[in-house]
Design a protein around this ligand. Structure first.
Ligand code: DX5
Ligand code: ZN
Length: 218
């Protein structure tokens, strides 16, 4: 299993992203939350900013989390920038298989995200179209929310589906992940962990990343 920590910059200083990213050298990827004010009631950054981050951070794995409508139109454009992984939400896609295939053909990993109230079962027969499944463990839109324990069953069912598929699809959890909650996610079967406020509200973000990595050591 992957055992990866992908810190989210949502609670970092968004006006100084390059230096914030430089503070977490131990991170396995940088999780970038793109919000459009429609799919979620918050607005962050988009293609022009990601394009600059890509240029300034060659060598870093960019994990794009799109919380935007019209995902089928926008997601491939992030892959075209050279981002290593692009996650779009199932709820915002009319053609998830086609979009996933397009992402892969553009050289990106294809990932799909689920809001807390969206079940995993609709993905059961098409799971191998994706390289990662993102299980949201808060309502998407804001950092600093409390982890939803009710999602642990969904993580476990996703792990069963991945096991049955005989592939190594990553299972990512995002929302309220911290040194206090990560063990539950590991036990349930997640292997890629997004942590925002837990990392960037610390005086030593990289120490938190290393601590989380130790806890996630599967
Ligand atoms: C929330 C975002 C998350 C968020 C996580 O909608 O998708 O990536 O930044 O922040 P914490 O870890 O504070 O819940
Ligand atoms: Zn996210």
């Amino acid at each position: 299993m992957a055992n990866r920590i992908h810190p989210s910059i949502l609670n970092a200083n968004l006006a100084a992203l390059d230096s914030e990213i430089a503070r977490i050298p131990s991170a396995d990827a940088i999780h970038l939350d793109v919000m459009d004010g429609h799919f979620v009631p918050n607005l962050t950054l988009g293609l022009p900013v990601i394009e600059c981050l890509r240029k300034n951070n060659a060598g870093r794995f960019l994990d794009i989390h799109l919380m935007i409508e019209n995902a089928d139109v926008w997601a491939p454009q992030y892959a075209e920038l050279g981002c290593e992984s692009v996650t779009f939400h199932l709820e915002a896609s009319q053609a998830p298989i086609r979009t996933a295939r397009q992402l892969r053909s553009l050289g990106s990993r294809a990932a799909v995200g689920l809001r807390p109230q969206t079940p995993i079962e609709p993905l059961a027969d098409i799971i191998t179209e994706f390289d990662m499944i993102l299980i949201m463990t808060v309502d998407p839109g804001f950092g600093g929310q409390r982890f939803l324990d009710g999602m642990l069953g969904k993580i476990a069912r996703t792990r069963q589906l991945v096991k049955a598929s005989g592939t190594d699809i990553w299972i990512q959890v995002d929302g309220g992940v911290s040194e206090e909650t990560i063990d539950r996610c590991v036990d349930a079967g997640a292997d890629v962990f997004v942590a925002g406020s837990a990392v960037f509200r610390s005086d030593d973000p990289d120490a938190v990343v290393r601590a989380l990595k130790g806890q996630a050591d599967l």
